[in-house]
Design a protein around this ligand. Structure first.
Ligand code: FAD
Length: 424
């Protein structure tokens, strides 16, 4: 059976391994349009910061002779009738089973001037290397536009490199898509303590250029922020364009069923590119996180190879470390109007907790606290509880008041342990 996997990152690699574990006759071709062999994407901010060596990038690649990885190869067209993928080189690859593990891309700003050579996304190793060259070339002031996780990580990395960094946020606080404003306010304070200037309520209107290069960001209302480089940190958008070439609208994320099949026959999808069932929300959502991509890739791989199994669903979860502070969040942290109950607690040392319940069952969790919270990790137990729809009484501790360890989450803002592609 010929398997073609577009995207050789968390989801694609996990899928290839899963296929191999089920189908002894598999012939797998993994394509990536990046020039680098597969690498650990969340590390780009640590490497840029100088907190992790480049050697940590490398992922344990499958040594199985049935798997071939082709770097620098972009798939540009999909013919679901002929079952072929067309490459930018003009080559056509036939498949029996196709997986789209195409991930996501930095959201464009949608303002004039953003094509200047010193305006960067922050998604790839190439992005980090290009920013690194600007820093090495003397850039001193950075404007990071957008206060999502990627914007916060980029700001942190550049501040560590000694730049004067301004994090410009349209909403009232950083991480507004991840946590509630109260937690976001604490994140902003911690970032300021780390030397990052946090400005809220600022919407970029244009990139001001001189000789083609960005020299300032102009904001709605007329304010201008002089800078030597700009990072787009407004979040990501799923890369569903390949499915679009076959007539399926995937601009809001590739739609998949419970077996991670797309609407096209013999085409599956996994990872940041998809809109998969979310166990907390009970509906399809985008959850652009590494462990979800690995879980989905493995599930899609088994499904492609013939196993009849449903993907149980993903769950948003994030972990960030800023200076001595840790933020952990999972599930629904900012519930809409409806049958939700929110409980909050804070302690005199500045710690903050929030649990969100729906019909008495745990669906969301936020914890903010200083170093020294004792292991063993309990955050992982809270995640398991959300997945199971447990009540607070079923937990072996009180997530609002008891000590929570900070393990169980990938990639805090400190040199992380070496991650395996299984996300263990
Ligand atoms: C700075 C940063 C920090 C992060 N930190 C964390 C973290 O702390 N914790 C966490 O869980 N997650 C984190 N993430 C998110 C995590 O990296 C992603 O969730 C994960 O990489 C998704 O894996 P994926 O395989 O779905 O897609 P990707 O890793 O995006 O890989 C998709 C691959 O497919 C390639 N591709 C796309 N289209 C084509 C095409 N047409 N032809 C050929 N190749 C194609 C892309 O170039 C890419 O190489 C972070 C991301 C960034 C950028």
């Amino acid at each position: 059976m010929r398997y073609v996997i577009v995207g050789a990152s968390a989801a694609g690699l996990a899928a290839a391994e899963a296929v191999c574990s089920v189908d002894p006759a598999a012939e797998i071709t993994l394509l990536t349009d990046e020039p680098h062999p597969p690498y650990c994407r969340p590390l780009i901010s640590y490497v840029l910061a100088g907190e992790a060596p480049e050697t940590l990038y490398s992922l344990p690649l499958p040594s199985d002779g049935r798997i071939r990885i082709r770097t620098g190869e972009r798939a540009v067209g999909l013919d679901p009738v002929e079952q072929t993928v067309r490459l930018a080189s003009g080559e056509s690859l036939a498949y029996d089973r196709l997986l789209l593990a195409t991930g996501a891309a930095s959201k464009p700003l949608g303002i004039p001037g953003e094509d200047a050579p010193n305006v960067f996304g922050f998604r790839t190793r190439a992005d980090a290397e290009a920013i690194d060259r600007e820093v090495a070339g003397g850039a001193r002031r950075a404007a990071v536009l957008g206060g999502g996780l990627v914007g916060v990580k980029a700001a942190h990395a550049l501040a560590r490199r000694g730049l004067e960094v301004t994090l410009c946020i349209g909403s009232g606080a950083p991480l507004s898509q991840v946590v509630n404003p109260e937690a976001g306010r604490r994140v902003a304070e911690a970032l300021e303590t780390e030397g990052i200037r946090v400005r809220t309520g600022l919407r970029p209107a244009e990139i001001v250029r001189e000789d083609g290069r960005a020299t300032a960001v102009g904001f709605e209302g007329g304010e201008a922020l002089p800078c030597d480089l700009v990072v787009r940190g407004k979040g990501v958008e799923p890369r569903g364009e390949l499915l679009g070439t076959a007539g399926v609208d995937a601009r809001q994320g590739i739609p998949v069923d419970e077996g991670l099949r797309t609407p096209l026959p013999n085409v599956w999808a996994a990872g940041d590119a998809i809109r998969a069932y979310d166990v907390a929300w009970g509906e399809p959502r985008l959850n652009a996180i590494w462990p979800a991509a690995v879980e989905q890739g493995a599930a899609a791989g088994r499904s492609m190879a013939g196993c009849d199994e449903a993907y149980p669903g993903s769950l948003a979860r994030n972990s960030v470390k800023i200076g001595p502070w840790h933020l952990v969040s999972a599930g629904i942290t900012r519930p809409p109007e409806g049958p939700f109950e929110v409980r909050e607690a804070e302690d005199p040392k500045g710690g903050y907790r929030r649990v969100v319940l729906r019909d008495g069952r745990l669906v969301g969790f936020v914890a903010w606290g200083p170093d020294g919270s004792a292991p063993p990790s309990r955050a992982g137990i809270v995640i398991a509880a959300i997945r199971r729809g447990a009540t607070l009484a079923e937990l072996p501790f009180d997530p609002l008041f008891d000590r929570i360890g900070w393990g169980g989450f990938a990639f805090p803002l400190a040199p992380p342990p070496f991650p395996s592609i299984h996300g263990r």
